[in-house]
Write a protein that binds this ligand. Structure first.
Ligand SMILES: Nc1ncnc2c1ncn2[C@@H]1O[C@H](COP(=O)(O)OP(=O)(O)OP(=O)(O)O)[C@@H](O)[C@H]1O
Ligand SMILES: [Mg+2]
Length: 241
């Protein structure tokens, strides 16, 4: 459903020139949850921003939802941002004064949905993420994990087929992080309406729960199984009896 071909991106010029992406090739199937790992500064957020239509690359292309882009100015890929991609960030980006249902509904209204229909869709999305009994709470009255689930509801409410999640569990405790990951898996493996998720994480334990892992290294992505990436391939000490 997503295809990235030979994507390149350079920041700066002259002696400040930094080629962050050097020809990234990757794809995502419908219903797949892929973890993207790589050292700090390797370009993970840059890659997500280009896929999400927030930033233009210099070379290569992206295919998503019948559209080809990647080098286009963000102003000409509005439809990608509105219809195709939902975002989840480390800090949940919720509006403090709005209830959970309004936080989700307002995003839909901004994309042109009538208020009543938006509220209905918001309630459905919040139920899907397990917050049916927290609809009318404001963010301060919710735990971090619950706030992130509101953000996830907001991202999926518009029926967007691809979620881009940049360190979605970075601000959560281990248990809440695991819950968010399980929710991601459930959303990807939903039989009726499977979505796809590309998730940046620094946590190898969470990454190992994804369907597949990609490592961004020296400007390119490589397929990686968790164990070899983390040097766990060697005999791990024979803990089995
Ligand atoms: N707008 C920009 N202008 C100049 N340099 C930038 C810009 N955005 C990112 N960079 C540089 O590109 C490199 C990749 O940044 P990016 O944020 O994509 O890394 P990352 O893999 O997401 O890192 P982290 O794991 O720390 O979030 C970094 O060296 C960063 O300083
Ligand atoms: Mg980043």
């Amino acid at each position: 459903m997503l295809q990235v071909n030979q994507l390149t991106k350079t920041f700066g010029s002259g002696s400040n020139k930094l080629q962050v992406l050097k020809g990234v090739d990757m794809n995502l199937k419908q219903g797949e949850m892929v973890a993207l790992m790589g050292p700090s500064g390797s370009g993970k957020s840059t890659l997500l921003n280009i896929i999400g239509g927030l930033l233009a690359g210099d070379g290569g292309s992206i295919e998503l939802g019948g559209r080809t882009y990647g080098q286009k100015n963000p102003s000409s890929v509005v439809d990608i941002r509105r219809e195709h991609v939902g975002w989840i960030f480390q800090d949940f980006h919720l509006l403090d004064n709005l209830t959970a249902v309004d936080n989700v509904a307002v995003a839909l209204e901004l994309s042109g949905m009538p208020a009543k229909q938006a509220e209905e869709a918001a309630r459905i999305a919040l139920t899907k993420v397990g917050l049916e009994d927290r609809m009318d709470h404001i963010p301060d009255q919710l735990s971090g994990g619950q706030q992130q689930r509101v953000a996830i509801a907001r991202a999926i409410a518009g029926n967007r087929p691809l979620l881009l999640a940049d360190e979605p569990t970075g601000n959560l405790d281990i248990a809440s992080g695991k819950e968010v990951l399980q929710l991601f898996k459930d959303l990807c493996h939903d039989e009726d309406n499977p979505i796809s998720i590309l998730m940046v994480t620094h946590d190898p334990d969470l990454a190992s729960n994804a369907d597949r892992m990609l490592l961004l290294n020296d400007g390119k992505t490589e397929a990686s199984d968790i164990r070899s990436a983390w040097g766990l391939d060697e005999d791990d000490g024979g803990e089995e009896e």
